[in-house]
Design a protein around this ligand. Structure first.
Ligand code: SAM
Ligand code: SF4
Length: 349
């Protein structure tokens, strides 16, 4: 039997058929793609231990896509059937022309959901302008309500500012705001219950994300507090968590409600319950590389296809090829797993 090099085995898409040249963005396993995460910068004003190194190096500003170039890529993606666009980073609120970018993307017909993920540090002053520019929804990351734990996890102070940002989002009229929390053993496990209380009191949907091997430090599976472990901690406190009947099969979170108290909890279990089979996501890095998986080892450079509004053939083909080459799944739980060169902040979470 011919030995296939390790990296090729991971990258084998199911190429028995031929790449569709029309219709929705379909990969070789029949998954239609609808969602694009656009990283607007790799810079950040925090240094979360699970996401990036303390001493990070960042892309030179001239390597970042301009707002106009992002609009060009998104418009082609939308013409190919993408209808969920999430702006992310790094910390997207550091991008000085962010409000203009949102406004520009808001003009593209066919986007059903235009959202943004932020650490909230700069949100107090930007929530209203972002809302007025046409942003539909916000997700705010918050791993703890304790300033000491916050500084330890994110290697910077700033909890008060995040809480002000959350209040500002509400005052600006954002509905359905979500909170993302990553829980690590011995660091912020004790925050699970306070975060759930905080989310319920403030009418926020709380999602716990399993820590993935995409940060700077060597990943320690033992340090991850898994979705099932979090579920048990919540159930020991408040009784059974019941799966919400109308689950979105493409959403990463499995959603639950409590039997006899208000509030929703989402569990994003990329490690213990991978959802690759239903994945409909692509990612665009801040320097114009299309990634068909968070854990991709290869990227498609879009930069040299940009600049022509009348001829989008090159961009269209690169979208199609990238999606067609998507592998079956991330293989975090396999001995073959290889960590990508970029860490989370440089990909776009
Ligand atoms: N800076 C923004 C923020 O923190 O919300 C947006 C970018 S951040 C990369 C997006 C999300 O990725 C955050 O909710 C963060 O908690 C999550 N994240 C970062 N590194 C992660 C990791 N190793 N495993 C799981 N989630 C991670
Ligand atoms: Fe920055 Fe977000 Fe990464 Fe934290 S998770 S370091 S806030 S990009």
């Amino acid at each position: 039997m011919q030995r296939i090099p390790l990296i090729q085995r991971r990258w084998t898409a199911n190429h028995s058929g031929s790449m569709p040249l029309s219709g929705p963005l379909m990969d070789s396993f029949g998954r239609t793609h609808r969602s694009l995460r656009v990283s607007v910068t790799d810079r950040c004003n925090l240094r979360c231990t699970y996401c990036m190194p303390e001493e990070a190096s960042f892309l030179p500003e001239k390597h970042l896509l301009s707002g106009r170039q992002m609009g060009e890529v998104v418009a082609v993606g939308v013409a190919l059937g993408l209808d969920k666009i999430r702006l992310t980073g790094g910390e997207p609120l550091l991008r000085r022309d962010l409000v203009d970018i949102v406004h520009q993307l808001g003009q593209i017909r066919g986007i059903r959901d235009l959202s943004l993920t932020t650490n909230g540090i700069l949100l107090r002053d930007l929530a209203r302008p972002l809302r007025l520019a046409g942003l539909h929804r916000l997700t705010i990351s918050l791993d703890t309500l304790n300033e000491g734990t916050f500084s330890r996890l994110s290697r910077r102070p700033g909890l008060d500012r995040v809480l002000e940002g959350i209040a500002a989002a509400k005052n600006a009229g954002f509905q359905g705001t979500k909170i993302n929390a990553v829980i690590l053993k011995g660091i912020n496990e004790t925050e699970i219950i306070p975060l759930a209380d905080f989310a319920r009191e403030n009418n926020l949907a709380l999602r716990f994300i399993e820590s993935m091997p995409i940060g700077a430090d060597p990943w320690d599976r033992q340090a991850m507090v898994s979705g099932p472990e979090i579920k048990k901690i919540l159930e020991d406190m408040w009784g059974p968590l019941i799966p919400v009947p109308e689950q979105n099969p493409h959403a990463p979170a499995m959603d639950f409600h409590f039997a006899d108290r208000p509030g929703r909890i989402g569990l994003i279990m990329s490690v213990t319950h991978p959802f690759c089979g239903q994945c409909d996501r692509l990612r665009l890095t801040a320097d114009g590389k299309l990634r068909n998986c968070l854990f991709s080892l290869q990227e498609t450079d879009l930069r040299d296809c940009l600049g022509s509004v009348t001829d989008t053939t090159g961009l269209t083909l690169r979208f199609r090829q990238s999606v067609w080459d998507k592998w079956e799944g991330h293989e975090i739980n396999s001995a073959r797993f290889l960590k990508p060169n970029r860490t989370m902040h440089a990909i776009g979470g």
